[in-house]
Each structure stands twice: as structure tokens, then as C-alpha cells.
Design a protein. Sequence first.
Length: 182
Amino acid sequence: MNSLSSDRESAAQLTPQLSNRIVSLADYASSSGVDGILYTCSAFGAAIEAAARKLTIPVLKPNEAMFNAALDIGGRVGMLATFAPAVASMEEEFHDLAAQRQVEATLETFCVAGARDALVAKDIDKHDRLIAEAAPTLKSCSVIMLAHFSMATAVRKAAAMAPMPVLAAPSAAVRALRSRLA
């Protein structure tokens, strides 16, 4: 059993407890008077969906708005990632959303070697440079998504290296929340 399988099994065992915590956090936030909620960790998708069903305010999963924006563009969608263990679940979420929306889109993912290590070492310039240098590898795509919130610092550099739009989850989520609250 590899560590990724082990991590998934551990998460599955904790799901009821974590799910309750995520929903309770949303309840607390809602009762405090917030207008909307944006979670920033994609590992708790099902729990976030449960919170969204329960509340009347907008509740967004981290990549939901970015995935929707990419699907609006459609065609061949590229995704740059820096944390390989998160890729499978993000790809699954993207494909599920495409099926739900009945949008035909393909997804090509590229994991940027060394970028996460640079981030952990607090070398943001190197992190951003590595991501920007990887953007042209997805040149056949109609849009590029930066898979993780931590990659948002690289959006301008990546956009300068790519002829297609480059989307980052935080800015897409803010636009989506503003739209829902307008």
C-alpha cells in the first residue's frame, strides 16, 4: 500500500468526525452573520457540500469557481499542480463538475517539480518562477488553472508565459462570491 492509499483510507475513517466539524464551522460562521463562506482546503469536498446544502448563504469549495470558469471556456483545460497527492481528487472533482454541467472538456495536469519544496523553504520567487516556466508545457490548452491556493502568487508570471487565460482559485472564488451576493 502506498502512502497516498494510506492517506485516503485514514481520511475515509475520519470523514464523519471531520464532516461534522466542517458543517459545525459553517453553522457557527452563518450564525455570526457572514454573507458567504469559502473553504480553502479541497480535501473536505463532501463535508463542504453538506454545509452548502444546509445553509442559505453561499458556501464554496476551494476550486469550485475556478473549475466553473475553466468549464465556461471549455475545450482542453490545463492544470498546474505543486502537490501531487492532491491531484487525483482535484481531477475527479473537475470531471464530476463537467459531467454535472454537461460540458465536454478534457483535463491535462502537470505537476511542477520543485515548486512545493521552494514554497516550503519560503522561496516564493523560485516557486513562482518554476510555475511560470511550466505554463508553456500546457500550450495546447484553452485555459490553465493553478491547482492550489498557494499558487496564486504565480498567476501573473504564469500568465506572462502562456498565451491563454491563467486562472487562480482565490480570485475566481472572490468573483463568484461577489456575484452570488450581488
